[in-house]
Design a protein around this ligand. Structure first.
Ligand SMILES: NC(=O)c1ccc[n+]([C@@H]2O[C@H](COP(=O)([O-])OP(=O)(O)OC[C@H]3O[C@@H](n4cnc5c(N)ncnc54)[C@H](OP(=O)(O)O)[C@@H]3O)[C@@H](O)[C@H]2O)c1
Length: 188
């Protein structure tokens, strides 16, 4: 596969005020109880078919630790059997063969390794890794799912960016649950 065929997406869900977790890392607020009558419903078969199009996942160590915590509570592993790369400088528990720990030059890792091996590359958080990817201009697309809630404080979608990044809005979808999904191309 050529690099030109690969695509790097950041996808996360955030409160209306732009936070992906509370300061203590909790994401209890992701369960909202809104209903938007004109919104689309999530058809589980379509969701499953869509998830099959993702070739690998990449995440920061804190997001991985959150996922491990959910799994330990019996809530499952959301990344299926897809290769899952965890950025970390620490020795973390590895609970499945699909998980690989990585560190070093992030640009080299994405452009020199992932883009050669995978077509659809999903960065699934958190805020620190998302900001690093954007800053290094590694991202083609951002999918931002806004939930119908304001939480006042927390970890931002992009942690500590020091310049602006122009985007092009490419798709908007509103769902029955009150979630709005915004899809942006990152302008070069
Ligand atoms: N709402 C959502 O959709 C959503 C999605 C994802 C996550 N979250 C939440 O967001 C929180 C985590 O976000 P976060 O911003 O605090 O952390 P994060 O981005 O998940 O992880 C940051 C950590 O990743 C490692 N890292 C980042 N870049 C690296 C690099 N280039 N090389 C090696 N290691 C690197 C470092 O770990 P080490 O210290 O181990 O070296 C760093 O401390 C959690 O509470 C999670 O639940 C929410």
């Amino acid at each position: 596969m050529t690099d030109a065929g690969s695509r790097v997406t950041i996808h996360m869900a955030a409160s209306l005020d732009g936070f992906i977790a509370r300061r203590d890392g909790s994401v209890d607020w992701l369960e909202t109880a809104d209903e938007y009558a004109d919104g689309a419903t999530m058809d589980p078969e379509r969701v499953e078919a869509f998830l099959k199009t993702i070739d690998c996942y990449v995440m920061g160590s804190r997001t991985y630790e959150t996922a491990l915590g959910f799994e330990a509570k019996g809530l499952g592993w959301p990344y299926g059997d897809k290769p899952t790369f965890v950025l970390t400088h620490r020795a973390l528990p590895r609970t499945r063969d699909t998980v690989e720990f990585c560190s070093g030059d992030l640009a080299h890792f994405v452009n020199g390794r992932l883009r050669h091996a995978f077509r659809t590359i999903w960065f699934v958080g958190g805020g620190q890794l998302s900001a690093e990817c954007l800053r290094l201009e590694l991202v083609d697309e951002i999918r931002y799912s806004i939930l119908p809630i304001v939480i006042g404080d927390g970890i931002p979608f992009f942690e500590k960016l020091d310049r602006d990044f122009a985007l092009h809005l490419s798709e908007v979808n509103a769902y029955r649950s009150g979630m709005v999904e915004l899809r942006y191309e990152v302008r070069r």
